[in-house]
Design a binder for this molecule. Sequence first.
Ligand code: AMP
Length: 990
Amino acid sequence: MDSNADISARRVSGMDWLWMVCFFHLVTSLEEILLDTTGETSEIGWTSHPPDGWEEVSVRDDKERQIRTFQVCNMDEPGQNNWLRTHFIERRGAHRVHVRLHFSVRDCASMRTVASTCKETFTLYYHQSNVDIASQELPEWHEGPWTKVDTIAADESFSQVDRTGKVVRMNVKVRSFGPLTKHGFYLAFQDSGACMSLVAVQVFFYKCPAVVKGFASFPETFAGGEKTSLVESPGTCVANAEEASTTGSSGVRLHCNGEGEWMVATGRCSCKAGYQSVDNEQACQACPIGSFKASVGDDPCLLCPAHSHAPLPGSTECVCQNHYYRSASDNSDAPCTGIPSAPRDLSYEIVGSSVLLTWRLPKDLGGRKDVFFNVICKECPTRSAGTCVRCGDNVQFEPRQVGLTESRVQVSNLLARVQYTFEIQAVNLVTELSSEAPQYATINVSTSQSVPSSIPMMHQVSRATSSITLSWPQPDQPNGVILDYQLRYFDKAEDEDNSFTLTSETNMATVLNLSPGKIYVFQVRARTAVGYGPYSGKMYFQTLMGGNRKQARLPRDLQGRLLHVLTFLSFMSCSKRQETPYTDRLQQYISTRGLGVKYYIDPSTYEDPNEAIREFAKEIDVSFIKIEEVIGSGEFGEVCFGRLKHPGKREYTVAIKTLKSGYTDEQRREFLSEASIMGQFEHPNVIHLEGVVTKSRPVMIVTEFMENGSLDSFLRQKEGQFSVLQLVGMLRGIAAGMRYLSDMNYVHRDLAARNILVNSNLVCKVSDFGLSRFLEDDASNPTYTGALGCKIPIRWTAPEAVQYRKFTSSSDVWSYGIVMWEVMSYGERPYWDMSNQDVINAIDQDYRLPPPPDCPTVLHLLMLDCWQKERVQRPKFEQIVSALDKMIRKPSALKATGTGSSRPSQPLLSNSPPDFPSLSNAHEWLDAIKMGRYKENFDQAGLITFEIISRMTLEDLQRIGITLVGHQKRILNSIQLMKVHLNQLEPVEV
Ligand code: AMP
């Protein structure tokens, strides 16, 4: 079978073809030699027929080596048929044999004489045989027993043979034949009249070498019988590799083509799990310690993920370290994760009978994204050491109790006056795999802790077409330090759901962006650490009309009542005028509870003082009172300690002021006027009137009993025994009481430590509301001096009140500053032994009391604020309360005392807080007025010089982000001072 056709690629699948391409380049074939005459120097001894045909001759090659060749050159006679036959050549397993012939042929054209019979070709034959049976006759010398391979022509022929007989031009031709089936074969070369020399004959076959490829080893494989045949060779996976068929066929195979080249791989091996490829896919090596390979394949080993380890080589997965786990849904190559740490910053807010618990995510989520929270609710005994029990089923959790994804839960249906413990567990998907208990945060909540009580009223401080400024008193029962207030408001014409809220740290807020002439509904509530109190009743306030209508009309009955109030006020004696036109303050206060604001009514404006008493004080049956001992003497008689017991009610300790016998009607009226005033007040820091006894003798005023008596003597007795925080707490109480009184439009005029009473809980209450002391000249009391029948406590009184009887809440603020000084100096006499006149002169020359020993600088600065010469620049009581509240909340502010302060500490101080000449820039100024937090706001707006800052308005402050009303006021107040300092303008009220 002729097999010299061109190699045509066998049809293979796409995948096979791919592999074939790869292997074509990678695998070189091997030639196995069956016969090679090259280099033979001794006789080869092939058989010639006829004997004068081919002859074996020795010649020298171009390198002068002697070689054996076969020559024939019988061209002269036509019909040449010269055969040369090789020895028997053993097949040695070859299926196809290749013959490489080196020969030279004489050019016929150069020999004109024999041109007709001359040949330049010869024919190659083969004959298969299982045994070497050849003889001189057999196989016979004709084509019959021989199989023709090819007629071989010379590409190069020559015309000259040199002197040495050297072949000038050499042809090399390769021919192949197969398939071979017998043990061996002979080759024969038939010459038909050429002049040629057969220089070398090489007989060989191809085989594909043993190879390791794709993690499989393949044995040496002989090429097939046809030139195009592919001999399949099964492979064996190398150690630690296994079959991973990509084509779906089983078995790993390579194919050896006719030229001894490996091609067409089917199936393949890959390194097992735990092993990776090395040496270019020759071998599979175990993954080193600390790394792993999860599956069979060509991927490399990977380092163990977080919190896992592979202690042995060849690991298919990394095991989790102690306390770390993989959840069922985690892949085996995922990092190991832990349980989350406890939730952070667990806090609560009591809202009615519910508790809103909120917390922050745990710091450590255990390396996972999933985190859930479970709530455990326990009821705990409040006092005894009993154990807590799980809350009953009635307690409800919103949105749910377990598997919370948000950091908040509302627990409702709680019982009142019960101590609850809430645990918030943080869990994740590996919590159940862990032997450790989930981490949790815990908080105790006592439902007996109360939120602040509701705020009884609200009043309007000012209004404009688009804004309303409201203020309100502290709730009667704050039940803790008030952190802030929340004001809720909405247009009365609209749905309540469209309400807005704003938060104010002070008990005043300005609501902006309102529409002109509209009625808005307002509610306010206070917040302490326990939570929000209930909202106040709804109160209605109207913005100014857009046009000239400045005042909204009041309902007819309200007008009547307000007129009544106005009338009383116009009768006030001893220069007791309102500091702002009263009509400005009368706005439309219609609340669900009636009049939204309450003003103090001067009892002396009643024609019949008994009527005022009847209206404001409760008559007590004298039989309910038990007088026990005399504790002091007042202006009108003795002050006693006693007990008051109304039938069916609890017994109270009370103080009983008596009117000494022999009094005049005038004295009786003055005595009882204090009760008429006191009876109008209801505040925890204002002495509470229980009632009066007027229907029997002696006439009595019964008030709550204050165990520690008056503040000045109490402090003197306890000198140095209180912490600064306790003293500030007392001051806060007095300021709150005064704020209430000033909200009521009551000007005390005699605020001094001697007129503050202290109970057993150190609660300070403002007392002494008599009118008489200012009216009567009493030479025996040097504290109260003055002309025109008005006696004034000079050391406690603001200069404008001393000079022209301008008594206002601002002059009460001055007095409050003196009370602060008294408190911080444990009852020292203000201005020591200076005479009243010296005090008046010193104040006039801008000298002020220095800080008492160990007095925190902030408190002395507050005193100096209270002692501003211009009363409009003094803080309001509500500002004083919030300043003190801040100190109480952040006691570190009380650390710095006069000695460390940059402010001078001398017997009497120049009054200029903040001391502009000593301030060189805006930052120092903001620090001086305790508004340092806004430095960045000022800087960003380019507000650096006092010149620019002094021109700022409220709107400017709002624009640069200062939204708290208290802060706005403080800064604007100071800007006013700054203007004065820069001589820009006279101070005006802001
Ligand atoms: P007064 O007439 O209000 O100045 O009272 C005279 C003195 O009686 C005071 O300085 C107190 O020492 C004492 N006193 C007055 N009211 C009370 C009270 N409610 N509780 C305890 N002591 C009081």
